[in-house]
Design a protein around this ligand. Sequence first.
Ligand code: C2E
Ligand code: CA
Ligand code: CA
Length: 745
Amino acid sequence: MEHESHEEPHRGRLASSFDNVGDHIRASLDRIVAHCAEEFDCPISLVSLIKSTEQSVLASFGIEIGDVALETSFCYHAVESEKPLIVADAHDDTRFSENEYVLGAPHIRSYMGYPIRHSAGAFVGALCIIDSRPNRFTPGNLSKLETYARVIEDILELHTKNLESQELAREVHDQNHRLLTSNRILHQAEAVAKMGGWELEIGSDQLKWSDGTQSIFESRRTEGGSLKSSIQRYEPADQRKIEALCEEAIRSGTPFDFETDLFLAGGRQKRVRIAAERIEAEGTHPARLVGVVQDVSETFHSRMALRHAAEHDSLTGLHNRFAFDRLLQQRLSTSQELHDTVAVLLIDLDGFKDVNDAVGHVVGDIILETVAERIGKATPEGGFAARWGGDEFAIVLPPGISNAGAETIGRHLIEQLRYRSEISGHLIELGATGGLAIGTGGTSVKELVRRADTALYHGKKRDPGKVHVYEAGLERANIARQYALNEVRTAIREDRIFPGYQPVVELRTGRLVGFEALMRLTSRTGRRITATEVLPALLDPTLSREVSTCMIEHVSTEFAELDRCAPALDFVSINASEADLLASGFAAQFIAQMRAKRVNLSRITLEVTETMLLVDNTQAVRRVLSELRDNGVGIALDDFGTGYSSLSHLRDFPIDKVKIDGSFIQSMVNDQHASKIVRALIGMANSMGLGVIAEGVETETQSRMLQQMGCLLGQGFLFGHAEGLSRLTGGRYRDHKLQAVSSAA
Ligand code: C2E
Ligand code: CA
Ligand code: CA
């Protein structure tokens, strides 16, 4: 049975292949069965096909019969057993005695069948003779029946062969068609990809070109001549390399992929990519080098343009920071091999922001271009320069330069950048400060640049207009900076930042009128830390923004409580950072945060310093301040007198009060000059209708002097230190008056 299930589908399929044998073959088979009936003197003969579920009749004599179920088929037994079958008397045979064709027409009694084999091997049917009389056929008749069965097999095999050849013809036709189409597709692909194929017969050195290759080479020939002659059309500097790659591919089978320039008639040039691999000999085909050539001029040029754009600063054409890092990394790697030094010089322009403000961005840009050009010219052979951002530039000096040599070049560069001219009535004076660091191959890009930056940062503060060489001592300041950044960063994360409120009072009465919210933080060990102690963090663009967000949040939340502690409170001021004023949406966010806590905006003051107004983008700063001012927020100019102290700032920005810097207040008692300045500042503010607050008031004398000069408000240790909300709720300001609390923390 196992055998059966295995065999049947296969047999069924083969048997069915004779369903359409055609009239010709059918006629032959009909003649054979007629002949058999006559030969064996019986009424019925037929050729059956045994399929998976039924028996069908391929040719018959003496009976018209359609498909028959396999259970009732006599032939099925012959086919299944793969042997001839003789039934002497169906009535005596238990397999057939109940068969419908035995009990009914054609009343079979005798049967002899010879199985028929398909040329593929399986038995698919039988030739049989049938009689309604018993004991008609004997084994002696078998060999004759076998002969006819064989003839039938031959005839059917013919049909099978015929089918196969038809199939083959169809396949050949299909394949031809596919080949034609794929050839066409290949041509199209070649054209679209600007690509072509080539083949070099190893040994004969004959190059064959496809259509695509011909058009890339702009040649009408399909033969590319010898390998050597075709290589001569490539960029001379690459010819030896290409030749070597071809030789290597021929010798060892290593494939290659190479890009170079192809020279055409008239000196024109294309950028091409050549790739090839060796194909081993196969049948009549000898070993070959099979390759493609692709015209990549377009992508090459856009790639080059892209690369240039990605690596250069659009304004000055110098390398950008990204390219600088990459080039410096390369330089450091080679210097490591050569045990050489690498010198990095960072240059920062002095006074450029003023210039930009005075003459506008367009002229500012022209100045930057000029500066870049001078830097480019002054950068010695073997070095390279980059625009580092804004008005900062970076230069890598030639490899192996000595410390003294590097400093000399730096000084020369700075000299070249001194700039003095008059543009539309403005006197333009520019200078530059340099920071120089020299490292070895073991130094990282980051570290080397950081050292140059440290030198520049400190140099700019100490002695601008010179070249400053990095020294380890500078790290101390840096350590302080790192400490500050770290302290504030973790304090923000752990919610240890809070506002300390320092009172602003009416000098004459001591009445509290305002608070300045100053950033305070509690260290992990519980120590209270002032803003001064972590000042670098408040100058850091990212951190200072986070501090502001935090402070605004606290002040807005605590405002109602502050109001309860000090009923005469008029305003609370908050310090802005430069980054705040440059951040888009700062004003809107500030306003929204205050409104969310129902704080009346006209009771809030934002303190800004003059340096914040001196940024490149004054327009943006003015917009932010105006938006706040329009919504009622007061704007105070902090540290007044220490900066550029330009009256134009008071006029150009929406400022309504000034805070005179504490340093003047403290020195004015003994310093005529300082007291003159304070008097002038107060007079100026009053005459412009601006409010004045004196900062850093520590003594009664100072307070008295200020009152005489016409200053109404003051702030300082004399009136109180900055205290957190929890310390203010003790009722100290409830009586509107303040005593000197110089002993406070
Ligand atoms: P500032 O805005 O000028 O703040 C006044 C500084 O002087 C405060 O230092 C204050 O404690 C201190 N001070 C007050 N009265 C006296 C006095 O009578 N004598 C002396 N010698 N000093 C006095 P603090 O809090 O350390 O803040 C330093 C600077 O840090 C502030 O100067 C301000 O520029 C900045 N800052 C403070 N809080 C914040 C803040 O929340 N955000 C931002 N961005 N900066 C802040
Ligand atoms: Ca302030
Ligand atoms: Ca101040």
